[in-house]
Design a protein around this ligand. Structure first.
Ligand SMILES: Cc1cc2nc3c(=O)[nH]c(=O)nc-3n(C[C@H](O)[C@H](O)[C@H](O)COP(=O)(O)OP(=O)(O)OC[C@H]3O[C@@H](n4cnc5c(N)ncnc54)[C@H](O)[C@@H]3O)c2cc1C
Length: 463
């Protein structure tokens, strides 16, 4: 079995900058990602874009090429297409690569799994033809595939960025339905002064909105009561705006209202989590260097609380310094000296992050379903009505509800319904989400065939 000082999961900005720093310090480093090339979400396929004009994705996208190039030239052991499905608390990692399970051993483990889009359980969200705007962007970046005449609905900078990328590439859009509540603009005002320290970021966001408004695409703001139209395929979107009803036709509906940390790896190994009230999401509890409740496991980047691409880069560097210190490659003084620059840079961005978090905080009726027939657990097809029945039968926490209704037991392992189920139970119990908790997760974190398990090379592991 291969053995490394540190194994890093994820090659987004956090994982790549951590790997570079650790290898500079002299550690042996393995980096695993299920993706075929490094870059993570933001810099996906930046080194070999299938698009004829990747510059249309924006300067931020292209800026990742330098980091990816430095990473590719470094001496880290890069393992593309490695889907991690089990983390052992003894430093062992099991991952699937080319339909075979492999195993490696590390002294320190850094998890940089990034974010996922917050599920948006509106009526009809499970119909064919409905997907997330981020998935549409993944198709664009990795395969140059686009969805014509789609309706984009939701809120937040990533939504506006993807719409702007579509517009620049000349892909027809049926409409944009913005759900940012009016009251969010008022609530975010007190944070504006500190956000102005990152005035470039503010102008970037305003620029995206201007691109959308200047296009001829129908753009509706302050939309509420969203509902996908269609019986066996999405054909449009119905919504309310200032008391009036609207219905837009489109070939697909692309939803997005922010991102939340990707929890499954960290949850599967039982790391302590906290509920972040500003981001309305769970995140791993970490020290300033990213060390978790399990001392040889570290988490950095969006996976430890949403910080954005630059924040992820700084968090990755800080985690590398913490790990380097733990490995005896530098002392506390050296660590703290090197940590000064990334610490300062991430502190400079925190005001802007707070502003964005408040401005684009999702409307409550978009986070939790309101109609009884709306599916909550997509894998097990459990509706709001089914879950309420389970609660009324005595299931008061997510694991009890899981046992009673099977919600969260499907192949996505609660990725889609986890936050919704915790939120629903909090509402029904009239208690904070933090007191309700989250599903207890177990490996394997992906579907494994019996053949793959049987081919495990190490007899001890197979048992
Ligand atoms: C769909 C989507 C699109 C986004 N697009 C943009 C954008 O265009 N611009 C922008 O500014 N921000 C974007 N973001 C936000 C962006 O994720 C962050 O700002 C930034 O990329 C976070 O960096 P990170 O290193 O923490 O994680 P990421 O960049 O998300 O990288 C995490 C990596 O971990 C890998 N991974 C996760 N779990 C496993 C596992 N079990 N086994 C193996 N590998 C695993 C993933 O494949 C991924 O490559 C996007 C987010 C999402 C969810």
């Amino acid at each position: 079995m291969q053995s490394f000082d540190c194994a890093i999961i994820g090659t987004g900005p956090a994982g790549m900058s951590a790997a570079l720093r650790l290898s500079e310090l002299g550690a042996t480093v393995a980096v695993l990602d299920r993706a075929p090339s490094p870059g993570g979400q933001i810099y996906r396929a930046v080194a070999q874009s299938p698009l004829a004009t990747p510059d249309k994705l924006g300067a931020d996208y292209l800026s990742g090429a330098d980091l990816v190039s430095a990473f590719s030239k470094s001496n880290v052991a890069w393992m593309p297409g490695a889907d991690v499905w089990h983390l052992g608390d003894d430093g062992r990692i099991f991952y699937s690569q080319d339909n075979r399970t492999q195993e490696l051993q590390c002294r320190q483990m850094l998890i940089c799994p990034g974010a996922m889009e917050r599920p948006m359980p509106i009526p009809g969200w499970t119909l064919p033809g409905v997907m997330t705007a981020g998935s549409a962007q993944v198709m664009l970046k990795s395969d140059a595939m686009a969805i014509s005449d789609a309706i984009f609905a939701g809120s937040g900078p990533l939504l506006y960025l993807i719409v702007a990328q579509y517009l620049r590439l000349g892909i027809p859009i049926a409409g944009v339905v913005d759900t940012t509540p009016r009251q969010n603009y008022v609530a975010a005002l007190p944070m504006l002064a500190s956000a102005l320290r990152q005035v470039g970021m503010l102008f970037k966001g305003l620029g995206l909105l201007r691109e959308i408004q200047k296009s001829k695409v129908p753009f509706y703001r302050f939309a509420t009561d969203l509902e996908v139209v269609g019986t066996d395929h999405a054909q449009g979107l119905r919504f309310q705006q200032d008391g009036a009803s609207y219905e837009l036709s489109g070939d697909a509906v692309l939803l997005h209202h922010g991102v939340v940390p990707n929890l499954n790896l960290a949850r599967s190994i039982g790391l302590d989590h906290v509920f972040e009230p500003d981001q309305l999401a769970w995140r791993v509890k970490t020290s300033p260097f990213g060390q978790t409740s399990c001392p040889h496991i570290w988490v950095a980047g969006d996976g430890a609380g949403i910080v954005g691409a630059n924040g992820a880069k700084h968090a990755g560097e800080l985690a590398a310094l913490g790990i380097g210190c733990e490995l005896g490659l530098l002392d506390d003084v050296g660590r703290d000296q090197l940590a000064e620059a990334p610490r300062k840079a991430s502190a400079g961005q925190s005001g802007f992050r707070r502003f964005i978090d408040r401005l684009y905080q999702p409307a409550p009726d978009l986070m939790l379903p309101t109609r009884d027939d709306t599916i909550v657990c997509r894998c097990e097809e459990q509706s709001l009505w089914d879950l309420r029945q389970g609660f009324q039968s005595g299931a008061r926490d997510p694991n009890a509800l899981k046992s009673l209704t099977r919600c969260g037991m499907g192949p996505c392992q609660g990725r889609q319904c986890g936050h919704i189920v915790s939120g629903l139970l909090a509402k029904w119990r009239e208690e904070p989400v933090a007191d309700v908790g989250y599903y207890r997760l177990r490996s394997p974190l992906r579907l494994l065939t019996l053949e793959e398990l049987a081919r495990l090379q190490d007899g001890e592991s197979a048992r």
